[in-house]
Design a protein around this ligand. Structure first.
Ligand code: SF4
Length: 553
């Protein structure tokens, strides 16, 4: 039987699945269908939106598995996760039995999804949708359950080939990889807002199984991977889990994992990460240093781990049972800065920390915003670099939260974006830094926007249009609060557009026009001579540095 798998793109704190990412959920489902002896047909919500031929195949399937839900919506460039309305509209076109899975199905049980899903779906996967799908295909009856560890490994490996069907495969796709589920803080109930902790005792995948899954995708042609599916990479297979909330990091296990990945897949282009608990890093400095060095060596530049600090207010930390105090977070930031700042071949620092701040938590007062701001200002004062500061309002998934200080929240965001983000970004990526392999994803007005493939990639704007879905190199010419402006590097003197010429610092409208009228130039020297006739000669070398000269023009 052919089984449709419709990827509506998930977005969760520890699982990204909106393109360029492909999340593990549809891949596991793909593997479960193969393991049951049936034939999977992978499609995305964009296939439905565009009425592609793949969607026509899915419509004819007797069983269709839809997975979606954006728990922590981000800013998207290429496409958007499916809305609930879209998912419901989609079901009207399907003839077969329908299963809904992923965060959207889980919200249904928390009251966050208002529509009664039972009206549209025969099955709603409260636990692991892939396990439900497998049971339905093999036993014709289901109760809803978690996949076993053995199934996890088998379906992950079998489902790896699903990535070949992702849009923009292989260069424009990055596969999200899980190393474990659950949080080591489950023993205390974890942070008040967190649903990861409800999984219970963490279940770890063996290094060999993760390596094998990555190798299968690599053999299919994929070169970009993000090991983001865990609550803290430093806690992977740590010692003392169940006894303490800050278990001792397991250097050997991580070493085996990362060295093994490179041994099997020597030509990986992107290997990135996500998520770390700063308290684990701060409390086990020796192991944390060893792991940080390992991660810098065995992952690719532009890498980041997000620290879920959430608040610097001791009262909020206490009331919400948060994971770390400000002193621990500073220590962890220092350790990552010590090893991770070095700039890599793609222009980005090797490995930097990110900070998540959550607003609207229990116990919050106006003073909380001052404390949070002072903490971030202190990071800047200490000349520590942050890859990103993510400020969000808490989502009432696990329980209800009341946002009492909306004005303070907006003002806090404004202050951080203005006084912290931009100076921080200028340090990380100074003007004239060359960034390699920026994938152009969107046009807006006369502008093009793209990102490098990787974890939390920085938004790069070009002040002129560039062909979509292709890679370009860029040189930094300006900074926003959370984005940078680049122009292509090097710009070809004889073929670049008027708008591109105008974007070069130091080239006026008048000079750009004169350059256009005098093209083609036969050499950089001829171009430099021309410039010297039209401007202060001392500026010529700096301007020439932006340009290249393609032989044969
Ligand atoms: S540290 Fe807190 S937020 Fe992070 S996974 Fe554990 S319980 Fe959840």
């Amino acid at each position: 039987m052919r089984v449709g798998i419709v990827d509506c793109y998930v977005d969760e704190p520890s699982i990204l699945g909106v393109p360029p990412y492909i999340s593990p959920y549809p891949r596991y489902a793909y593997g479960a269908v193969l393991a049951s002896g049936n034939e999977p047909v992978y499609a995305t919500v964009d296939d439905w939106r565009n009425k592609s031929s793949v969607w026509e195949s899915v419509k004819k399937c007797h069983l269709v598995y839809i997975v979606g839900g954006a728990l922590v919506p981000g800013k998207y460039l290429r496409t958007m996760p499916a809305s609930m309305n879209e998912i419901i509209q989609m079901t009207q076109e399907l003839q077969g039995t329908k299963i809904i899975a992923g965060p959207v199905a889980r919200y249904a049980y928390t009251g966050r999804v208002k529509q009664p899903l039972e009206e549209y779906f025969e099955y709603i996967a409260r636990l692991d949708g892939d396990a439900l799908l497998y049971d339905l295909l093999t036993q014709k009856s289901v109760n809803g359950r978690r996949r076993t560890k053995k199934e996890w490994e088998q379906w992950a490996i079998l489902g790896a080939r699903c990535v070949q069907h992702a849009h923009a495969f292989p260069e424009g796709v990055i596969a999200e990889i899980e190393t474990y589920r659950g949080c080591v803080r489950w023993i205390s109930g974890g942070c008040s807002f967190c649903t990861d902790v409800l999984f219970g005792e963490p279940v770890f995948r063996e290094p060999q199984a993760i390596i094998q899954e990555i190798t299968e995708m690599y053999n299919s042609g994929l070169r970009n991977f993000r090991i983001g599916g865990q609550t803290c990479i430093y806690s992977y297979m740590a010692e003392g889990i169940g006894e303490t909330e800050t278990p001792r990091p397991n250097v050997d296990a991580l070493s085996k994992l990362f060295k093994g990945i490179w041994q099997s897949c020597p030509c990986i282009e992107v290997l990135h990460l996500d998520n770390a608990n700063p308290a684990v890093i701060a409390e086990h400095e020796a192991e944390a240093r060893a792991i940080t060095k390992l991660l810098v060596e065995y992952t690719t530049p532009g890498n980041a781990v997000a620290f879920g600090m959430e608040s610097a207010d001791p009262e909020v930390i206490k009331k919400n049972n948060l994971n770390a105090v400000p002193e621990q977070v500073i220590k962890a930031i220092e350790i990552l800065n010590e090893y991770g700042r070095k700039r890599g071949a793609n222009g980005m620092p090797a490995l930097l920390p990110g900070i998540n701040i959550l607003c609207g938590l229990d116990g919050e007062t106006k003073h909380t915003y001052r404390l949070n701001y002072e903490f971030l200002a202190d990071v800047v004062r200490r000349d520590l670099w942050l890859r990103r500061i993510n400020i969000r309002q808490v989502a009432g998934v696990r329980k209800e939260f009341k946002m009492k200080f909306k004005q303070e929240f907006q003002h806090f965001k404004y202050l951080v974006r203005t006084n912290i983000d931009m100076p921080n970004l200028k340090k990380i990526l100074p003007e004239r830094t060359v960034m390699r392999k920026i994938y152009i994803e969107m046009h807006e007005g006369k502008h093009a926007f793209g990102r490098q493939i990787g974890t939390y990639p920085l938004l790069v704007g070009f002040p002129y249009r560039i062909e979509l879905n292709k890679f370009v190199d860029g040189i930094v010419v300006g900074h926003g609060a959370r984005s940078i402006t680049c122009i292509e590097y090097p710009l070809d003197i004889n073929t670049c557009t008027f708008d591109a010429l105008l974007s070069v610092p130091g080239i006026s409208k008048h000079l750009a026009g004169a350059i256009m009228c005098n093209r083609p130039f036969r050499s950089i020297e001829q171009f430099a001579t021309f410039l010297a006739e039209h401007m202060d000669a001392s500026m010529v070398p700096a301007i020439c540095a932006f340009f290249g000269f393609r032989r044969g023009n």
